[in-house]
Ligand binder design. Sequence first.
Ligand code: B1M
Length: 223
Amino acid sequence: MADLARLAESVIRGHIDANASYPPDMKGQPGVRELTQEALDAGLEPQTILYDGLVAGMTVVGKRFRDNEVFVPDVLVSAKAMKAGTEILKPHLAASGAKSLGTVVIGTVEGDMHDIGKNLVAMMLEGAGFKVIDMGVNVSIAKFKQALSENGDAVFALSALLTTTMVNMKTAIDALREARSDIKIIVGGAPVTDGFAREIGANGYAPDASRAVDVVKDLVGAA
Ligand code: B1M
């Protein structure tokens, strides 16, 4: 019987699996790995497991972090637990060998180390049939420009999680546009809004990974 509330709790507590000794009071109990697999076996949609289980847990962690109830090490163990779950979901979100819809170059902008949301967007785009080139985190303008020179027709997808780094999206967009004026760029990440995206000259914005797929499809005319 799938229990998404328990899955979310395992993300919050950073409990990866039954063998994990952290947190000590959960040792021997099913963790994110087992609960994600159980939910799949019970026939739940991968996206439901992702959003109502894993992301729901991480949202609670984010609020507690903001309110100084938990600290960076706690957030890191939750991030690791969440990754264990997304790795199990990945093949279920992946495409069934359909023809490629195009290439997307994705990365978290300079100064920013957050990659969980960016990885989800990459995973969903792959699932929808795009070839995804993941540049990782803290991606410099030079690296984005290098990727553009190697993938002239790609859509660029920029992620930022910090109010201090979202401004680097504009610098990246300006540099990429200078190199290729008709390049298509989508932006996203927790502090980013539709208004901000327009202001900095992006072609699209999405508040979450599923809608990012719709926007990219739209940008390449595959909607
Ligand atoms: Co950081 N952090 N963090 N952190 N962290 C936030 C972002 C923060 C909001 C927490 C808080 O205060 N409540 C806050 C930012 C405040 C601000 O800027 N106003 C913050 C801070 C302050 C920091 C540090 C500065 C803390 C410190 O060191 N004192 C530091 C900065 C490091 C750096 O980047 N230079 C830092 C570090 C970290 C960890 C390393 C510990 C860890 C990151 C681990 C990792 O990513 N591998 C971490 C985490 C995990 C978070 C929170 C708790 C969770 C982020 C997350 O993964 N959410 C976060 C609080 C929060 O957001 N609630 C927080 C789950 C993920 C699925 O959601 O990434 O939003 P998200 O992605 C969504 C959408 O945004 C969207 O789709 C995704 C899926 O639906 N999306 C896109 C994302 N990218 C997209 C791109 C698109 C389209 C949609 O198109 C291209």
